[in-house]
Design a binder for this molecule. Sequence first.
Ligand code: SF4
Length: 459
Amino acid sequence: MNGPFEQLPQSPQLAGGPEQLEASASFDADVMAYIRRATQCGIYDIRGMGAKRRLPTFDDLVFLTASASRYPLEGYREQCTSRTVLGARFASKPIELEIPVTIAGMSFGSLSASAKDALGRAASEMGTSTTTGDGGMTPEERQSSKTLVYQCLPSRYGFNPDDLRQADAIEIVIGQGAKPGGGGMLLGQKVSSRVAGMRTLPEGIDQRSACRHPDWTGPDDLAIKIEELREITDWEKPIYVKMGATRVFDDVKLAVKAGADVVVIDGMQGGTAATQQVFIEHTGIPTLAALPQAVAALEEMDMSETVGLVISGGIRTGADVAKALALGADAVSIGQAALIALGCNNHCHHDGSDWVDVTGDYQQLGTAPGYCHHCQTGRCPVGIATQDELLEQRLLPERAAEWVRNYLQVVNMEVTTLARACGKSDVHHLEREDLAALTVEAAAMARVPLAGTSWIPGT
Ligand code: SF4
């Protein structure tokens, strides 16, 4: 017999003949499932990855590549550089990258040590940086990463001055796109003895990271913290400030005033290992809307050439990267795309000699390959978001690094291809004038004209 929490019958037949079925737009099947889940559990839903709802994205922009009024560069004979420098404002050793794509901060704890190792290897081979996360720096990660950005998070889990000095840059994390205003979560099943030891917290117990830094209450304290970090590192290392995209215009101005070398803005499509679903889907603004606000703030302060701007949150392809650069970013940062390159949501993993199907493991999580967002469980079928020794062995760092390296290579080739087609010999010469918007929303958010017009809504 069906209980009250079972699925509603698909086709209720009422006496008197077939009924014209019409679902409620407000209380559709998803909303009813949400309410039923809440009535059963009494706790909110926690999951990983980013927003699943449809949002305005870089797909809503197109490039106005060369034609009679512009001439393109020849792909096989004319060079297009993608070299990227970040953090030259105050730091004596700015970060120099071969490509404008960096690997975002993802913690050891949320990811396995093998996954962190693989990301470091791939980033190093491509001449770019990777980033630590909540819980500190692992030796494997430091060793495999030529350029490593060390995060200073509100929790301070695993944070120490020795690792700080080993880093190439420091990123103060004020917030993330998936959960601006909220802290991180690491459920007990992922708190292994090693993770617990690095965080000096008990093993197997759920960990919540703070949502604000313990030693500041506002922008003045941020300035003091930045100066403190500069002193510890002899003013050598660039200081990034990362924020979730909410009131971007004001936040960027405050971070610049506090002394940031680089500002990182993470849009609402940004991912996480675990947080409340209500954060992921209902906080922050899309990456497409956030970037022009950050650029406007830097322009108003006359800091566009001085302070670096990195954008993240749902960046997937070379086209996304090229459009972000054209809108004014100096680089992008990728998280979920890097995980997918590692094998996230694959129906199989490679054991070193052959592919092994793991569809059944997804089914045990109540999902299927292509739909998984279950990083919070620690039961990652492909060995990425887990601390389980056997599952972690499913990810072979050398092989996974090769996949990520190939992916980054393709992305960068796409960026330079688009830049050449726009007549640019440097990907950083892409500009807003190279873009048109396909929708009124994208035109208003990105502040570029609607295609075929000179109209930018709101200006
Ligand atoms: S496959 Fe692994 S990394 Fe990807 S969403 Fe599922 S649990 Fe997370």
